[in-house]
Design a protein around this ligand. Structure first.
Ligand SMILES: *Cc1c(COP(=O)(O)O)cnc(C)c1O
Length: 397
């Protein structure tokens, strides 16, 4: 079986984790701090805060910005449930936006059109590694009517928080994609481009933020609200601390950071290149067939190639499912990204209806995600292509 997206774990990763374990320091410490500094450099961010997951970090962002009951956050219908769950966790209302026609991403203008006086944040998602925001839209946002905390008061308008879970390394005209947002959230979950097993990071871009103070707030609130982290408490006289807010628990461990440091060091010149190479082999092969609808390639964008999302023209959802069954039976793991949120019980129960998001449904119903990962060989790429083509031709008749 060709797997879908196994992590790249080799001796270098294993040695790095062993060294972290042997160092005597396994929770947030020197490796996490080093990883944050290297990520900030790679992402050209003012500051990076590592987190236990994208989800932990994203919920903290919403709480930091004072998003809660009665507030609305805009996001695509076409995304993973985590994007919307965090909005529900803080008690706000997710406002789902349909995809662009023929695309997976939302059109930022259609998101801007839905901003109301209740909108506290916009959360575009870079589906598959292609940035949703080609340029900053901050200048087009209205002022917040009634800021309810100091951070909102300082920004004065809704926050642009990019769900960049797929797009580490993606660029717009040579610049890291996240820099169009105020804050970008990355995921280092096991299937993501760059992994720490579980993990995530927040990159702060907004020029008007006191980045050091913001970073300190995220460190404190990701660790119970404690005024000192575990490492600082080991210093002499460091046992005394205070807690002035009910903090959360979503810090990154040094074991995770040890994996991340190895991943990041070989990410841009090795792992990202291999992903791009695999995806262009798919583009070339499927480009031969009239039934194939290749991924969007917006001008000036360098995708992080997180997913290779193939669509087949004019097929039904049932035909797509049939193709997937055949491909799986032939020993190739494929997936669908994503079931739009209204298709999931919890969101249907909240009243979202799939028929209100026709473009998202169209993209989903004709989509198959193919394996993309560092260790996938050219022979395996050929095997994937052969298997997928055969299954599609069989179903199309
Ligand atoms: C994976 C993913 C997340 C969640 O990331 P975690 O690190 O698992 O919390 C959020 N949004 C999108 C689009 C994702 O694919």
């Amino acid at each position: 079986m060709i797997p879908f997206s196994p992590p790249r774990i080799d001796d270098e990763t294993i040695t790095a984790v062993s060294n972290a374990l042997r160092s005597g320091w396994i929770t947030t410490g020197p490796r996490t701090k080093k990883f944050e500094a290297e990520l900030a450099n790679f992402l050209q961010a003012r500051k990076v805060a590592c987190m236990g997951s994208w989800t932990g970090g994203a919920e903290l962002v919403l709480r930091w910005f004072g998003v809660g009951e009665g507030d609305e956050v805009l996001l695509p219908a076409y995304t993973y449930a985590a994007s919307a769950n965090v909005i529900c966790h803080v008690g706000a209302k997710p406002i789902l936006i349909d995809s662009k026609p023929g695309d997976f991403n939302v059109d930022m203008q259609s998101m801007l059109d839905r901003v109301t006086s209740n909108t506290k944040a916009l959360m575009p998602v870079d589906i598959g590694g292609i940035p949703a925001t080609m340029k900053s839209v901050q200048g087009e946002l209205p002022n917040l009517i009634s800021p309810n905390n100091a951070v909102q008061d300082n920004l004065g308008r809704p926050l642009v928080f990019s769900d960049a879970a797929h797009s580490i390394g993606a660029k717009i005209n040579g610049t890291p994609a996240g820099s169009t947002s105020d804050v970008a959230g990355y995921s280092f979950h096991a299937v993501k481009n760059l992994t720490t097993a579980e993990g995530g990071a927040l990159a702060f871009y907004n020029e008007n933020l006191d980045a050091e103070a913001v970073y300190k707030w995220f460190m404190k609130m990701s660790l119970h609200g404690q005024s000192k982290d575990a490492l600082a408490k080991t210093n002499s006289g460091g046992w005394r601390y205070d807690i002035d807010e009910h903090g959360y628990k979503c810090n990154m461990t040094d074991i995770q950071a040890a994996i991340g440091l190895v991943e990041l060091a070989r990410y841009e010149n090795d792992m990202l290149r291999r992903r791009a190479d695999i995806c262009s082999q798919y583009d070339t092969a499927f480009g031969e067939y009239d039934w194939a609808e290749l991924r969007p390639t917006p001008q000036g964008v360098e995708s992080s190639n997180h997913l290779y999302m193939l669509r087949i023209r004019e097929i039904s959802e049932a035909q797509r499912d049939n193709i997937i069954d055949r491909v799986l039976a032939s020993g190739v793991s494929v997936n669908v990204h994503f079931m739009p949120l209204p298709m999931l019980t919890v969101f249907a129960r909240m009243g979202y209806k799939m028929e209100d998001y026709p473009n998202a449904f169209d993209a989903y119903s004709r989509e198959i995600s193919l394996p993309v990962y560092y260790d996938l060989t050219d022979d395996q790429v050929d095997q994937v292509i052969g298997t997928v083509v055969k299954a599609i031709q069989k179903v199309l008749g």
